[in-house]
Design a protein around this ligand. Structure first.
Ligand SMILES: Cc1cc2nc3c(=O)[nH]c(=O)nc-3n(C[C@H](O)[C@H](O)[C@H](O)COP(=O)(O)OP(=O)(O)OC[C@H]3O[C@@H](n4cnc5c(N)ncnc54)[C@H](O)[C@@H]3O)c2cc1C
Length: 269
């Protein structure tokens, strides 16, 4: 199928993006790497009146590290995330995204804004307590990962807002484990363990419409529970739905095993 007709604007600045989005009154779409948007357009699941290309905006592709966190510009491609050494957990997560061509074009801001329930970067954002810097008609604001993801492929971004960067805190210890049917497939389950300020956070992707923190499992761990008990608590807390890729009990079992592996990678046993 071909895309429905749309106007195309190559924006030169974030202000221009915000104005174009505002003028489009909910009918505008940002074009970043195009890896998720273009298939959606081709299937006519979206028919924006205007595509606002942000790829040429200066300053959106920078990675800046300070003592506590790494700030990743919205246009940083997945390949760059793999290459950088400031945030090893982000590098590991990006390695699991799709295939080479997708990693070469797909962007951090695009992956976060697209909010696929099985995508790696939203789960990393939740696990590390990341925040999104956003610009819109009423100015700039910061949104926590908890508040950003509101449903499958849905965020709390307003129609006239653009993500300019993501700030990912650096965990003291971390682990990442993923199960997918084939290399490059979206995850059936991703488990991420991140220790921040001495507290261990555990997040899962692929088991609900949004990434979830398994607070029960975190409590079991904080109370000195065994890895087996922590993994069991995580699997008990989630409510995955079965589909053709895996039944509900299968996903629970995989979630428990991925939590166990992520804890082991973090050196927690
Ligand atoms: C075959 C295939 C396999 C894939 N496998 C995986 C995988 O295993 N794991 C994974 O995580 N992803 C996977 N992806 C998706 C890939 O990671 C995309 O790069 C990503 O989801 C979207 O990033 P993008 O830059 O291409 O965004 P685009 O496709 O350009 O945009 C996606 C959406 O986000 C909006 N948007 C983009 N940038 C911004 C911004 N800065 N602010 C606000 N809104 C914005 C767009 O308007 C659009 O609605 C796969 C894609 C394909 C085609």
């Amino acid at each position: 199928m071909k895309c429905a007709p749309f106007d195309y604007l190559r924006a030169e600045s974030v202000d221009e993006v915000v104005k174009a989005l505002s003028d489009a009154d909910g009918e505008g779409k940002i074009l970043a790497g195009g890896q998720s948007l273009v298939p959606v357009l081709a299937l006519r699941m979206a028919r924006p009146s205007v595509l606002i290309d942000i790829n040429r905006i200066p300053g959106l592709a920078a990675i800046r590290a300070d003592h506590d966190a790494v700030e990743v510009g919205a246009l940083v491609r997945h390949t760059r995330l793999i290459e950088q050494t400031e945030h090893p957990m982000l590098a590991e997560a990006a390695r699991w995204i799709g295939h080479t061509a997708i990693r070469g074009r797909g962007t951090t801001g695009g992956s976060i804004a697209h909010a696929d329930p099985a995508a790696e970067l939203p789960a990393v954002a939740l696990a590390t307590g990341a925040t999104a810097s956003v610009a819109g008609s009423s100015g700039t604001r910061t949104i926590t990962a908890e508040d950003l993801f509101t449903g499958a492929l849905t965020t709390s971004l307003a129609d006239d807002e653009v993500i300019t960067s993501m700030r990912f805190p650096r965990p003291e210890r971390w682990g990442f484990a993923e199960f997918a049917r084939r290399h490059g497939d979206f995850a059936l389950v991703t488990a991420i363990v991140a220790e921040l300020d001495g507290a261990v956070r555990i997040a899962l992707g692929g088991v609900a419409p949004v990434p979830v923190r398994v607070a029960d499992a975190e409590r079991v761990l904080a109370d000195g529970g065994s890895v087996r008990d922590v993994a069991h608590a995580a699997a008990e807390q989630i409510k995955p739905t079965g589909d053709l890729h895996g039944s509900e009990p299968f996903r629970r079992a995989i979630a428990a095993e991925m939590v166990r592996r992520a804890l082991a990678m973090a050196g927690i046993d």
